[in-house]
Design a protein around this ligand. Structure first.
Ligand SMILES: [Zn+2]
Ligand SMILES: [Zn+2]
Length: 119
């Protein structure tokens, strides 16, 4: 599979600032810099992943949500507000709106493993 990338797309750029939960050849899951909740990002620049890739990505996102908040807390939000031309989805826990103002952001410390915070 060759991934299509776009210049000047922050999701293609995939800068590693926050905690990364997961990565494979299809997608990556990391804390969203703006929302501070887990976000899955397709590794191709586009909005129409195959059914198989889509199901795979949403499962990986849910796993990150469970890891972060526990089982049964939160749900998938597929609205693409900031980058509408590149598929991504957020995990939203009930406190996500206040979280972005009150919580210390996580930092990148390798894929998976312990989630550590920026001091
Ligand atoms: Zn976000
Ligand atoms: Zn992109």
């Amino acid at each position: 599979m060759t991934n299509h990338m776009a210049d000047d797309c922050e999701l293609c750029e995939a800068a590693r600032f926050t905690h990364w939960y997961y990565e494979d050849e299809v997608c990556w899951v990391a804390d969203c810099e703006a929302c501070s909740t887990p976000m899955v990002v397709w590794k191709s620049h586009g909005t129409r992943p195959s059914k198989k890739d889509l199901a795979w990505m949403l499962e990986r996102l849910e796993e990150a949500g469970v890891e972060r908040f526990g089982k049964g807390v939160g749900s998938i939000d597929r609205t693409m507000r900031q980058v509408p031309e590149h598929f991504h989805a957020h995990w939203r826990d009930p406190q996500w709106l206040s979280r972005r103002w009150t919580e210390i952001p996580s930092k990148y410390s390798g894929v998976g493993g312990e989630r550590s915070l920026l001091k």
